[in-house]
Design a protein around this ligand. Structure first.
Ligand SMILES: *Cc1c(COP(=O)(O)O)cnc(C)c1O
Length: 388
């Protein structure tokens, strides 16, 4: 009998991670010190980008990217409907309007033709969410962005470690944003990162995360100036050295963990193949999936709701990613978004379920989870037969 709660995702911390954080606690710096630029340099290298700018959450990364892209009042930004609210909220922080785009029914990635149909004079940027860890079609998205002079912002919070046509996630869009929350591919407790090849945008983002101040105190000591210049409105979005040390230690394990997540996903694929009431998402050719999530679709919303409740009762922390953002009360009230705006995302949201996946899981965990799933489906089929 399984009694241990299995979350849909969780961190993996070892003694090296602990030592890295404790070493910082014994050092002179707790907040931004030498660990932050060291982490940024290794992160940039790992994803094949020139610059990486560390911030204190994935949400801060998105906000910082929106600011760097120049999003302001009167601007529209295309955002896929099936994502975490922060993908759209970051547009609103800048005074812009998120325009919700439907998703492809097979991959649940942004529907590029639907995005094209929603472009107008006000459209300034497009957010690509690598849903579940599968990279979007960046060749097509970059071509669309170039055609209409839009900034492409990858919300890669799910897909660190993934690749598109052999290019790592983080080097695929003008601005690429990451979350380092504990359920994400690597963690720093809370944290975020933006990568870019554009030195001007990198500079803007370093300033934005530090109140809009042009120099940090070390540069100031060097130059001997007694004042600093605050030249634009910024925030305190700084990552601490404690967090950067943890993130850097975790980054060393990313490639192994991505491989492990793919093995777990293959295991699920195999074991779920014979179960006709649920299907997986379609994986595109020539990509490396980061498998932040392993998402299945139930054949009906009723079955999904039944599985959600019954699997949770069996200690399996299945979750729904996500309720479409335009369906949330805030967006309905403030932006007048209504059901029917993104029908594919809405229909998918009623049938999806995320099963547990994280690097510390093994084949037996997958077998246990699939056997609970199978049993729950059998119970559901029996109960619906007895009703009819
Ligand atoms: C996790 C996540 C975010 C926000 O990241 P935080 O670090 O929690 O602020 C944004 N977008 C997506 C798609 C995410 O999954």
């Amino acid at each position: 009998m399984t009694t241990r709660w299995r979350p849909y995702g969780r961190q993996c911390i070892d003694d090296n991670d602990i030592k890295a954080v404790v070493d910082v606690l014994r050092s002179d710096w707790l907040t931004t010190g030498p660990q932050v630029p060291a982490f940024e340099a290794e992160f940039a290298q790992a994803v094949g980008a020139r610059y990486a700018v560390a911030v204190n959450s994935g949400t801060a990364a998105l906000h910082t990217a929106m600011n760097a892209a120049g999003i302001a009042s009167g601007d529209d930004v295309l955002v896929p409907a099936l994502t975490f609210a922060a993908s759209a909220n970051s547009v609103v922080y800048q005074g812009g309007t998120p325009v919700f785009v439907d998703v492809d029914p097979n991959t649940l990635l942004i529907d590029i033709e639907n995005a094209r149909s929603k472009i107008n004079q006000r459209t300034k940027a497009i957010v690509a969410v690598d849903y579940a860890g599968q990279p979007c079609d960046y060749d097509k998205l970059n071509a669309l962005a170039d055609e209409y002079n839009l900034t492409l912002i990858a919300d890669a919070c799910h897909s660190l470690g993934g690749k598109y046509h052999d290019k790592p996630v983080g080097s695929l869009a003008r601005l690429n944003t990451f979350s380092l929350h504990p359920v994400k591919p690597i963690t720093s407790g809370e944290g975020g990162m933006i990568t870019t090849d554009d030195s001007r945008l990198a500079e803007l983002m370093r300033r934005f995360r530090n109140h809009g101040i042009t120099t940090d105190h070390r540069q100031r000591e060097k130059s001997g100036a007694c004042y600093y210049d605050m030249v634009s409105l910024g925030f305190n979005y700084r990552l601490t050295d404690l967090q950067a040390a943890l993130g850097k230690s975790q980054l060393a394990k990313l490639a192994d963990w991505t491989r492990r997540r793919n093995e777990i996903a293959d295991c699920y694929d195999e074991q779920l193949a014979g179960i006709e009431q649920v299907t997986g998402l379609v994986k595109q050719p020539d990509i490396l999936h980061a498998y932040h999530l392993y998402v299945i679709r139930a054949e009906s919303p009723e079955l999904r709701d039944y599985l959600f409740a019954s699997m949770r009762a069996e200690q399996i922390g299945v979750t729904v990613h996500y309720r479409p953002v335009h369906m949330h009360p805030y967006y309905r009230e403030e932006f007048g978004t209504e059901p029917g705006l993104c029908p594919v995302a809405e229909a998918a949201a009623a049938r999806i379920l995320s099963l547990p996946i994280y690097p510390a899981m093994n084949e037996n965990d997958v077998r246990d989870i699939v056997s609970v799933l199978t049993r729950c489906i059998e119970n559901y089929v029996e109960s619906s037969l007895s009703v009819s």
